[in-house]
Design a protein around this ligand. Structure first.
Ligand SMILES: [Zn+2]
Length: 107
Protein backbone atom coordinates (compact mmCIF):
# COMPACT_ATOMS: atom_id res chain seq x y z
CA UNK A 1 0.00 0.00 0.00
CA UNK A 2 2.81 2.41 0.85
CA UNK A 3 4.58 1.70 -2.48
CA UNK A 4 1.36 2.60 -4.28
CA UNK A 5 1.15 5.88 -2.36
CA UNK A 6 4.79 6.72 -3.10
CA UNK A 7 4.19 5.99 -6.78
CA UNK A 8 1.16 8.26 -6.73
CA UNK A 9 3.16 11.02 -5.04
CA UNK A 10 5.86 10.76 -7.72
CA UNK A 11 3.19 10.92 -10.42
CA UNK A 12 1.66 14.09 -9.00
CA UNK A 13 5.13 15.60 -8.50
CA UNK A 14 5.56 15.49 -12.30
CA UNK A 15 2.44 17.57 -12.84
CA UNK A 16 2.56 21.36 -12.65
CA UNK A 17 -0.04 23.27 -10.68
CA UNK A 18 -2.77 24.25 -13.13
CA UNK A 19 -3.05 27.73 -11.58
CA UNK A 20 0.56 28.92 -11.08
CA UNK A 21 2.35 26.18 -13.10
CA UNK A 22 4.90 25.48 -10.36
CA UNK A 23 5.86 21.84 -10.03
CA UNK A 24 4.07 20.06 -7.20
CA UNK A 25 6.07 18.51 -4.37
CA UNK A 26 5.32 14.94 -3.27
CA UNK A 27 4.65 16.06 0.31
CA UNK A 28 1.65 18.13 -0.74
CA UNK A 29 -0.45 15.11 -1.71
CA UNK A 30 -2.95 13.91 0.89
CA UNK A 31 -4.88 10.67 0.53
CA UNK A 32 -8.42 11.37 1.74
CA UNK A 33 -10.17 8.07 0.98
CA UNK A 34 -8.67 4.63 0.34
CA UNK A 35 -10.73 1.92 -1.26
CA UNK A 36 -9.39 -1.23 -2.90
CA UNK A 37 -10.03 0.07 -6.42
CA UNK A 38 -10.03 3.86 -6.01
CA UNK A 39 -8.51 6.56 -3.87
CA UNK A 40 -9.56 10.19 -3.42
CA UNK A 41 -6.53 12.44 -3.08
CA UNK A 42 -6.02 16.16 -2.61
CA UNK A 43 -3.01 17.93 -4.09
CA UNK A 44 -2.15 21.29 -2.51
CA UNK A 45 0.22 23.57 -4.41
CA UNK A 46 3.03 24.62 -2.09
CA UNK A 47 3.41 27.85 -4.06
CA UNK A 48 -0.15 29.23 -4.44
CA UNK A 49 -2.08 26.87 -2.09
CA UNK A 50 -4.47 25.85 -4.90
CA UNK A 51 -6.22 22.63 -3.93
CA UNK A 52 -7.27 19.98 -6.40
CA UNK A 53 -9.21 16.84 -5.54
CA UNK A 54 -8.73 13.78 -7.74
CA UNK A 55 -10.38 10.39 -7.96
CA UNK A 56 -7.66 7.87 -8.79
CA UNK A 57 -8.80 4.54 -10.21
CA UNK A 58 -6.52 1.66 -9.27
CA UNK A 59 -6.06 -1.56 -11.20
CA UNK A 60 -8.02 -4.53 -9.88
CA UNK A 61 -6.04 -6.69 -7.51
CA UNK A 62 -5.11 -10.07 -9.00
CA UNK A 63 -6.78 -11.94 -6.16
CA UNK A 64 -10.10 -10.13 -6.47
CA UNK A 65 -13.13 -12.41 -6.29
CA UNK A 66 -15.79 -12.26 -8.96
CA UNK A 67 -18.48 -11.99 -6.29
CA UNK A 68 -17.23 -8.53 -5.26
CA UNK A 69 -19.73 -6.20 -6.91
CA UNK A 70 -19.46 -3.32 -4.46
CA UNK A 71 -18.61 0.01 -6.13
CA UNK A 72 -15.14 1.45 -5.61
CA UNK A 73 -16.66 4.63 -4.18
CA UNK A 74 -20.16 4.48 -2.76
CA UNK A 75 -22.81 7.17 -2.64
CA UNK A 76 -22.22 7.34 1.10
CA UNK A 77 -18.50 8.06 0.48
CA UNK A 78 -19.43 10.95 -1.80
CA UNK A 79 -21.97 12.36 0.67
CA UNK A 80 -19.47 12.13 3.53
CA UNK A 81 -16.71 13.78 1.48
CA UNK A 82 -19.05 16.57 0.38
CA UNK A 83 -20.06 17.19 3.97
CA UNK A 84 -16.42 17.22 5.04
CA UNK A 85 -15.39 19.64 2.28
CA UNK A 86 -18.34 21.97 3.01
CA UNK A 87 -16.94 22.63 6.48
CA UNK A 88 -13.20 22.05 6.02
CA UNK A 89 -11.22 25.30 6.22
CA UNK A 90 -7.99 23.86 4.79
CA UNK A 91 -6.16 23.77 8.11
CA UNK A 92 -4.43 20.37 7.88
CA UNK A 93 -2.27 20.98 10.93
CA UNK A 94 -5.26 21.14 13.22
CA UNK A 95 -6.99 18.30 11.34
CA UNK A 96 -4.13 15.79 11.67
CA UNK A 97 -1.86 17.40 14.24
CA UNK A 98 1.66 18.60 13.61
CA UNK A 99 4.63 16.24 13.81
CA UNK A 100 7.66 16.82 16.07
CA UNK A 101 9.09 19.43 13.69
CA UNK A 102 5.83 21.18 12.87
CA UNK A 103 5.29 19.11 9.72
CA UNK A 104 2.50 16.68 9.05
CA UNK A 105 3.46 13.20 10.12
CA UNK A 106 3.60 10.57 7.37
CA UNK A 107 1.44 7.52 7.89
ZN1 LIG B 1 0.02 26.73 -7.66
Amino acid sequence: MQAREESLRRHFAQRPCKVCHHRQTPETLLVLVRRPRAWVVMAVCAHCQHRGIFLVSLPSPKRQHFTDTSPAVSTRDVVEMRSFLDTFDGDFLSLFGAGPHGRLAAD
